[in-house]
Unconditional design. Structure first.
Length: 337
């Protein structure tokens, strides 16, 4: 695909070269994301950050990324504070907001809503998560994290062995991650979930067609042995018709240090798209994993900024102009020790 001037709605749009191009721009943007340098390359541009569903990471990191490139951000943070609550259609909302913005990020609880919105938009739209369907920017930052973490042990994404744990039925981050992994060679995938929360059949078919080796189990201990990455997810309570039904699955697949030590290879990396459910009846990733150097969840969340900066740079066509506008910073980040 060409990034410039295009919507980003699904991982299906990308091939491996596109992903490598994005990662290469992200690598160049690292000093700007870590605030060693400043750029104003998007000065004057406005991001419409339209979140019709709760978010901490995706909304704030998309906004921070745009600010770090020198642009400004306008936001909606819930349906109730927008005129969708008065019955306005997504198409009219898109017509109007695309008159106020140069690019839009949108999250919405309905599957395919972001695609519908994009069809009426006059500017590029990035999918920030549509129902249980997809979360493409999450998959891109997840893969960037996997690549970085594996490289420390001289491993590559080709030949990856990964366990996906939790709610694989409703988890949109998992759906996009499966699609992106299916673009790589010799990937071995252990799907660990309760039977009722198994990965949808269409995704299994897509991965089978791409020769991903799939093993499905409900047994956490068995599924996390002999993998490079464990990717844990939350039970997506908000997607259940009857929210109380989610209680049946909460806490069934919790990882702690003793389970990790007893079953995992020494360098197995632990990831989670977050938010993790830390309530005592769920406790997906126990706090005793904090000392484990292979717990990559906050490195993973940090990578959201640089990946989203790269997405904006490529879609708005400024990836070659960043250095031209580069300046040193006059201040330091961090606490006094
Ligand atoms: N990973 C993720 O999408 O987190 P938020 O819901 O906080 O944006």
């Amino acid at each position: 695909m060409s990034f410039r001037g295009n919507h980003i709605l699904s991982i299906d749009q990308f091939n491996r070269n596109d992903i490598e191009q994005l990662f290469s721009v992200a690598d160049k943007l690292e000093p700007f994301a870590s605030k060693e340098k400043i750029t104003r390359v998007l000065e004057g541009a406005i991001l419409g950050n339209m979140f019709f569903e709760p978010s901490t990471r995706t909304r704030i990191s998309f906004g921070a990324s745009f600010n770090l490139l020198g642009g400004s951000v306008r936001e909606i943070t819930e349906v109730g504070s927008s005129s969708l609550a008065k019955g306005e259609s997504l198409a009219d909302t898109a017509q109007v907001l695309s008159g106020y913005s140069d690019i839009i990020v949108m999250r919405h609880p309905e599957n395919d809503s972001v695609k519908k919105f994009s069809e009426a938009s006059r500017v590029p739209v990035i999918n920030g998560g549509d129902g249980s369907n997809e979360h493409p920017s999450q998959a891109l930052l997840d893969l960037y994290t996997i690549r970085k973490e594996l490289s420390q042990n001289d491993k590559t994404i080709d030949n990856l062995r990964i366990a996906l744990v939790g709610d694989l039925k409703y988890g949109r981050a998992v759906h996009s991650l499966c699609k992106i992994l299916s673009k790589y060679k010799d990937v071995k995938l252990n799907l660990i979930s309760p039977d009722e929360l198994k990965l949808p059949e269409d995704l299994i078919r897509q991965m089978n067609d791409s020769r991903v080796s799939i093993n499905q189990t409900e047994n956490l201990e068995k599924g996390i042995s002999e993998v490079d990455i464990i990717y844990v997810t939350r039970v997506q309570e908000e997607r259940f018709k009857n929210k109380k039904d989610a209680n049946k699955y909460r806490g069934l697949l919790s990882l702690n240090q003793s389970i990790y030590t007893a079953n995992c290879e020494p360098n197995t990396v632990i990831m989670h798209p977050l938010p993790r459910d830390s309530r005592s009846d769920a406790n997906e990733l126990d706090s005793d994993l904090y000392e484990n150097p292979n717990l990559a969840i906050f490195r993973q969340a940090d990578n959201g900024v640089v990946i989203r900066m790269a997405m904006f740079a490529l879609v708005l066509g400024v990836e070659e102009k960043i250095e031209e506008t580069s300046k040193p910073v006059n201040w330091k980040v961090g606490l006094n020790s």
